[in-house]
Design a protein around this ligand. Structure first.
Ligand code: G3H
Length: 490
């Protein structure tokens, strides 16, 4: 049954939206002949209502005097605990919607929910520790400083479709617990799955602390930014949207950014790598959630000495992966939530083929309904679009290398700098290489694929990949500022 949801959260109230609504479709077909399925609808809010919501967040912040930014730590924690307890009761509904709305398979949907709950508990614990640390005094030259961590103000929070729960909450939860007030707009795909949690938000936080809106970015997020009253833009998504939103703000110097953006993480397969392990990790790294992860492996560099064997084993494994609906057992590849994605991936494949690459696996590039079978492309070169663009989908470029310096030069030139996976038996002996890699990216994964988790680890990137650091510990700092009260020792 489609879920028609007609409220938005403003001022602690679930207010009925009387205007236009936006239908939500799943690219999963429920009929024999392929047809997207209507799964529900949400309010399609306008600029005027967005501004009302902004006012609610500003009032709750109360220019720093509001009940929330001045609330005792233990009381704020109690609100967060109440929220997470109520959220847990909605697991089945949210998991089901994760599958329908974004096509994430069952184990990964369950994992997304569970890791988000864990993220909230970890945030609460870390916040308690932060508060204990803040209670310390600094003393120098007869001056005592009592350090505190304070909120930044009003946060606009926008999450991505690939982790509409986990990554959005990785922004929203630390922003709230640090005493900021927030306006949160769910992602276009993965919007309905927030609706079972609306009551929990309403019941757990004081009025106006968290406000949830629906609508198109240019209709609702742009006027909020134009007001100049947003202190933090918290967004996980693409640089284009992040830049467009920043440009709307009349005083960019006053805007704090917490951004998780694109990446083109490579795997480097050294000649002495354990090939079975490398193949297994590269399958997960490239094709978990069909490659729609900012942390996905989006390029494989394979050394000439092992190129033939790696390519053979890797392509065979790709062909053995099961495609199907997200709730079916053993399914790895699932329908893509963006209707235009298969055509885009096909363009990348065709461009690479024209420029000399071949598809190594049998079904690579075949389109079926809203799916395109992963194509392993080899040999890829710098002229190809699949080398230059963040594909964010099921196509795997493989590039030959002889000399590791060639890869280091390419990474140095890349616009991105999130992670690298390094496969080889003597990686510890290659410590100078690791020392260089950590200067080009922020995480080097030895003999394992790239990933964000565990969520307590720092999650960031160089260059166009990120601004600020997420992780439980770092996010609390990204959404706050260190202030202090100074006293003279008289
Ligand atoms: O899209 C980026 C996500 O943070 C990926 O998270 O590596 O844990 O799947 P993950």
């Amino acid at each position: 049954e489609p879920l028609h949801y007609s409220n938005y959260l403003i001022n602690g109230e679930l207010k009925k939206w009387e205007g236009e609504t936006a239908e939500v479709y799943s690219t999963i077909s429920s009929t024999e002949e392929y047809k997207p399925t209507l799964v529900g609808s949400v309010p399609n809010m306008d600029a005027e209502s967005a501004k009302e919501v902004l006012l609610a967040a500003c009032d709750a912040y109360g220019k720093g005097k509001g009940a929330w930014p001045t609330m005792k730590v233990s009381d704020r924690i109690a609100c967060m605990e109440k929220f997470v307890e109520q959220m847990k009761t909605k697991r089945d509904e949210v998991v089901k919607l994760l599958m329908w709305e974004i096509g994430k398979n069952l184990p990964d949907s369950e994992k997304e929910f569970d890791r988000t709950v864990e993220y909230i508990y970890d945030t609460i614990e870390d916040y308690k520790q932060l508060d204990r640390d803040s209670a310390k005094f600094l003393k120098r030259d007869g001056v005592y400083a009592h350090i505190r961590r304070g909120p930044l103000g009003i946060v606009l929070c926008l999450g991505p479709y690939n982790y509409p729960l986990n990554e959005t909450f990785a922004l929203l939860i630390p922003a709230l617990i640090m005493g900021n007030t927030a306006i949160f707009k769910p992602a276009k795909h993965g919007v309905l799955l927030i609706t079972p949690l609306m009551e929990a938000f309403k019941n757990s936080f004081p009025r106006g602390v968290v406000n949830i809106i629906f609508g198109r970015g240019r209709e609702v997020a742009a006027p909020i930014m134009q007001s100049g009253r947003i202190d933090v833009l918290a967004l996980i998504g693409n640089s284009k949207s992040a830049i467009a939103l920043q440009d709307q703000h009349p005083n960019k110097n006053r805007l704090r950014l917490v951004l998780g953006l694109e990446a083109k993480n490579p795997a480097i397969i050294l000649p002495d790598a354990d090939l079975d392990l490398a193949v297994e990790e590269c399958i997960n790294g490239t094709l978990s959630f069909n490659g729609q992860r900012c942390t996905a492996l989006k390029m494989i560099y394979v050394h000439e000495d092992i190129r033939e064997e790696f390519n053979k084993r890797f392509s065979a494994k790709v062909d053995a992966l099961k495609f199907g609906n997200p709730w079916e057992a053993g399914v790895k590849l699932t329908p893509l939530p963006e209707p235009d994605k298969p055509a885009y991936i096909k363009e990348l494949i065709d461009d690479a083929l024209e420029k000399g690459a071949k598809i190594l696996n049998k079904k690579g590039g075949e389109i079926s309904d809203n799916y395109i079978y992963p194509a392993v492309l080899y040999p890829v070169n710098e002229e190809m679009r699949v080398y230059q663009e963040e594909q964010f989908g099921p196509v795997i470029p493989v590039k030959l290398f002889n000399d590791i310096d060639q890869i280091l030069d390419e990474l140095a030139l890349s616009n991105y700098g999130q992670q690298v996976s390094l496969f080889g038996k003597d990686v510890y002996e290659l410590s100078p290489l690791i020392d260089t890699l950590v200067n080009l990216v922020c995480r080097v994964n030895l003999n394992s694929s790239c990933q964000r988790g565990p969520d307590v680890f720092p999650f960031t990137g160089r260059k166009d990949s990120a601004v600020s650091t997420l992780s439980v510990h770092d996010a609390l700092r990204s959404f706050s500022i260190r202030t202090f009260v100074a006293t003279k020792d008289t």
